[in-house]
Design a protein around this ligand. Structure first.
Ligand SMILES: Nc1ncnc2c1ncn2[C@@H]1O[C@H](COP(=O)(O)OP(=O)(O)O)[C@@H](O)[C@H]1O
Ligand SMILES: [Mg+2]
Length: 203
């Protein structure tokens, strides 16, 4: 059975699609069989990403292209979502997924949104143990990522050790329809190292 990893957040534009595409890319590089399902039909989603470039090293499917039998052969299924889930959507997602990844920026506003989605999952009984927060778009030098990680952990949340730092390579990667490791920029290797490290914490 494949591990189902759903990516959601209370706010939009926090980095869900960036995380979904790169996590899938890291799994693929590690030789895992992975598929990304794009449940966000809007522009800027991961299907659009995969079509802009030469092709990503894993399948990116729309929900109606998913074949349940093929899913059983996978190591990991990653679900990218629109975010801002209604309570019922979040409940459905937490039933389908083994892990719910919530990317969060380090600003107070974003941390509050993350605490609020965690509160809801907590009220859903078993769902909270599926929740993992990933701090993302972390300023590389300020220490804000480490502080946010500490604060969320003190509030009882599971937070990955890896901080996904803020690099321009991710924006270029989205424009070019590739992974950040394939962007010609001196910091791309650092960005990719964050993603590989994160992928090992997830699976
Ligand atoms: N680690 C990061 N460093 C720099 N920019 C990032 C990072 N993660 C996401 N972004 C940028 O933030 C914006 C929103 O990201 P996106 O993945 O589309 O969010 P969402 O899917 O949650 O709406 C995009 O412009 C993306 O390139
Ligand atoms: Mg998105």
């Amino acid at each position: 059975m494949s591990a189902v990893i759903a990516i959601t957040s209370e706010k939009g534009g926090v980095g869900k699609s960036t995380l979904a595409v790169h996590l899938a890319g890291a799994f693929a590089e590690r030789g895992l069989r992975v598929t990304l399902v794009d449940e966000d039909g809007r522009v800027g989603s991961s299907v659009g990403w995969s079509r802009r470039g030469p092709g990503l090293p894993f399948p990116v499917l729309e929900p109606d292209e998913v074949r349940p039998k093929a899913l059983r052969e996978l190591d990991a299924l990653i679900i990218d979502t629109e975010g801002r889930p209604k309570r019922k959507e979040l409940r459905d997602l937490s039933e389908r997924a083994d892990t719910i990844l919530v990317p969060s920026g380090v600003s107070t506003l974003e941390l509050e949104s993350t605490l609020s989605i965690a509160d809801y999952l907590n009220s859903e009984g078993g769902a909270r143990r599926k929740l993992k927060v990933v701090l993302t778009r972390v300023p590389p030098t300020s220490g804000a990522g480490e502080r946010a990680r500490e604060d969320l952990r003190e509030a009882g949340l599971t937070v990955t050790n890896t901080l996904v730092r803020q690099y321009a390579s991710y924006l270029r990667a989205a424009d070019l329809g590739v992974l950040c490791r394939d962007v010609p920029d001196e910091r791309s290797a650092q960005a990719w190292a964050d993603i590989l490290s994160l992928s090992r914490e997830i699976l």
